[in-house]
Design a protein around this ligand. Sequence first.
Ligand code: ADP
Ligand code: MG
Length: 503
Amino acid sequence: MGKAVGIDLGTTYSAIAILGESGKAEILANRDGERTTPSVVYFQDDGSVLVGTMAKRSAAVAPLDVVDFVKRQMGNPDWRFDAANGRQLSPEEVSALILKRLKEDAELYLGEGAVTDAVITVPAYFDDAKRRATKDAGRIAGLNVLRVLNEPTAAALAYGEEARKDGTILVFDLGGGTFDVTVMTITNDVYDVKATDGLHELGGKDWDDRLMTWLNQQFQNEGGPDLTETFESEADLREKAEAAKRTLSQAPSTKVILSSGGVTKSIPVSREQFESITVDLLNQARDLTISLVEETGLGWAGIDHVLLVGGSIKMPMVARMLEEISGRPPLRAGNPDELVALGAGIQAAIEAPSAGTPRPRAIIKDVTSQGLGVAVLADDGSGRLVNSIIIPRNTKIPAKGSDAFTTSVEGQTEVHVQVTQGDDEDFAFVKEIGDQLLTIPPYPKGAPIRVEFAYDIDQMVSIAVYDLTTDSLLGSFEVDNTANLSDEDIRTATDNNNDTEVG
Ligand code: ADP
Ligand code: MG
């Protein structure tokens, strides 16, 4: 039996960790000695793939064969990557190749066959489909996924186990593709999440995109061609923009050398300039943070620390903004890029203790990040659908909730259950995550039906519907997610994953 690992499967960078024998979580460096691995996959002509830094470097020379930011596609049934060898890969399959590389690298360190059990982290706001997709990616890579754990919770766990200090913390996690903010208390090893929110399309990539647009404009003003015209020049621009962004975290200004169509220019860019073209992005994170603190009713006075997590918090504008709104300098614990993986490693040791390693005492009490409800007809007779929330956002998980409804016409023989995920009362602003048509006897109008919803510990949804006239179960189902792979798809994907050589 191997040791259970924790995996931070990030939008831009991934990392893997275990709880060491000393009782401290440790990052397992990859085969190249790096502590994080770029979540980038390069599909080569011979069917083999490269994952990580080499794949990332290949983006400018072979942009059509390289996939990055695949995490943004998790749970999206319409996205497929067309590999040069004719294979079409789902987001789960691409993610599974990243996981395979992490697993193999960890085994290089721990011994062959050593890695089977894993805790994989997900952004707190990930919905049912995205969580399932993440678990499926793990399965495809041959991992037994013990649990999916919310990233901010994992980061807090890593911080708390190290700092051994009780208090209320706000975890501000700004990564490459996503933003999560969570408020929790740590008391006697109990990590109690109070509230969580996030923006799934806000991260370092958006800062890169802004800088790319700006640099491209400057380049054209100086007589250069549009760099987005070819995939190669666009990928080159992306690489240089990200590098410049990182430099600007250290230095007040830098220069970017761009070259295309026989034109070469050196474009100066200052931190001030960079901040002014991205301040609205930062403001989105700020506004959400402020409203979450309001929602908890604690106020800033009730929050002891602001914990910075994720690579993008290295931009000085982030800490400055947080100090402005919270009135105190935020806290950096260890390396902000590694905290999530370390926390996952700790949780893995809690889920699957191994001989010789002390089992951490931490207990996590997390909450749902999305409301769960059902579509019902509006009272006003307009025929409009409204969202009736059954399990509100920020309810402790595992969670159960139920509500009773009545049939709306005489002799109705079917009930249509439309399950929603989201917090809005307007049906148009929530996601329908599944529906089921259930048969009932032809009761008079007003016959009572009860719908019972449950969120499990991974925040995945199951539903049961009861006929209250006879007190019998009409049907129960997991969300029949058209967004997710079937068991058959997963088997095929697993075989393909096994057959693919990952370098
Ligand atoms: P994720 O978990 O979403 O993959 P990470 O937490 O690893 O992301 O953060 C990656 C992001 O952090 C990338 O957008 C990267 O460009 C950015 N980043 C890393 N280091 C720096 C830095 N020194 N300055 C600014 N941004 C940085
Ligand atoms: Mg992350």
